[in-house]
Every structure is written in C-alpha cells, then in structure tokens.
Design a protein around this ligand. Structure first.
Ligand SMILES: [Zn+2]
Length: 244
C-alpha cells in the first residue's frame, strides 16, 4: 500500500501512549468517481462532507465501514456529483440502516459560522458553496468543493493570510480552479483531488497538475482518487497529519 507520511510536529517527542490519548480525526476522501464525498470520523461523531453521485455506491461504502450514525451531512452545493448521494442516505435512514442527525446545506450557512461536530477542532465556513476550513493550532484542512478561481479571489480578499496544510483541490482539478495566486498564498503541503478515472471532462487538467508539482514541497503529497482509490488523512490533534 502506498504510504507517505507528512508530519508537522515533533512526533518523536511523543510516546505512543501519549498519542493514544490525543484526539484524532480520520478524514477519508471516498473514491466516488467523478464526484466528491468525504467521510470525517472524530471521537464523538461521523460526518460527511458531500455525498457523491447517485451511483457512487456511498451506501455500500458506509456499510462496509460499519457507519451506522452520522452527526451531520454537510452539502457544499446541490449539483448531482456532490448532493446526488442524498437519496441513498435517505433510503438507508428509511430502512433503519443509518441514523442522520442533520443535513446542513451550505446555502443555509453564513461566512464565519462554525460546525461543532469536530470539536476540539475548529470547523469554520469561509465562503459560500463549500469553503470549509477545519483546523487545530498546528494544521488545517481546506475543503473547496467546486469553487473556481473567481471564488478563490473573493476568499483571499476576505482572508488574505489564508493557509492550509491539506487542500482539497477545487472542481476536480479543473483549470478554472487553483489559480497561482490562491495556491501561492495557501501553500498546501498536501493536495487531494477527487476525480473519476477516464472522465470526459479531462480532469484534472495538466495545468493544475503542473502548478501543484511546483507548489507542493513533495510531489508525492498529491493524492487522487482515480489513481489512489480511497485516500485517508489521519490527523492527531496538535501533533500532525499524514496521508495514506
Ligand atoms: Zn463537482
């Protein structure tokens, strides 16, 4: 199995027993083809950020992982490749296979709102249609859904010092997202692209991949569902995160 570590703190200073006691976040970019769905597992809660397409197999993926309850299903926007799995979840709930506490649509949220399901991590809404930043004191994960360069510009006007350790690359790696200005400011150490194998859109675009090769300190920290399948990011609170 491909395994690349990315640690941003002195892990060696932590004994395994002290790590055991730390809060952990398990973020999995599910291989839903040409769509987007993340499963985020914390100590108290399982959540989804987007749900993939109607044919993504999200229901089977959740069953295979033993997920029987979701605190929140966060939906960036209502396009079929992001919200299309909602009927599958509704069917599971109706059959008693899963309980879902709440579905949160981004269009019901405002900039600055926070989602408490990931405490002690801070999860803050940066912008409409999917910009969600989860952070601890050391690292951060920025979800961008399908946001494009014009939205990145808007975000940087509001957050000129924005950075992220891990960045979900907007719009499946389209060349209309991931502007130089945005990548240069955010300075991701890890990039994640959810994209269907042999998709008809040509995602991810070679220009986006070329930019990421230059921006990422280590080109091996680019993860793609079409090449890598499900991608897991493990995150120990206040210690570090690494991709698997
Ligand atoms: Zn999309």
């Amino acid at each position: 199995m491909r395994k690349y570590f990315l640690l941003f703190a002195l892990l060696s200073a932590c004994t395994s027993s002290s790590l055991e006691k730390q809060d952990k976040l398990h973020i999995e970019m599910l291989n839903v083809g040409q769509g987007l769905a993340f499963l985020i597992k914390s100590k108290n809660c399982n959540s989804l950020y987007d749900t993939g397409t109607p044919s993504s197999g999200l229901d089977t993926m959740l069953q295979n992982r033993g997920i029987k309850a979701l605190c929140s299903v966060i939906v960036s926007h209502r396009h079929n490749d992001h919200a299309g799995g909602l009927p599958l979840l509704e069917k599971m709930a109706k059959n008693g296979e899963i309980s879902i506490k709440r579905v949160i649509f981004f269009d019901s949220l405002s900039r600055g709102d926070t989602i408490a399901d990931f405490l002690p991590w801070t999860a803050r809404i940066l912008f409409q249609d999917g910009a969600l930043r989860i952070s601890d004191s050391q690292n951060s994960f920025l979800f961008m859904a399908d946001l494009e360069a014009k939205h990145e510009k808007n975000i940087l006007e509001l957050e000129p010092l924005l950075t992220a350790t891990a960045l979900q690359i907007g719009h499946h790696g389209s060349k209309t997202s991931s502007s130089w200005e945005f990548l240069a400011q955010v300075q991701p150490k890890m990039a994640l692209i959810s994209v269907g194998k042999y998709n008809s859109y040509g995602h991810p675009h070679p220009e986006t991949l070329a930019k990421l090769r230059l921006v990422l300190p280590d080109s091996m920290q680019l993860f793609r569902t079409d090449l890598d399948g499900n991608v897991v990011v493990e995150w120990v609170y206040g210690v570090g995160m690494w991709g698997l």
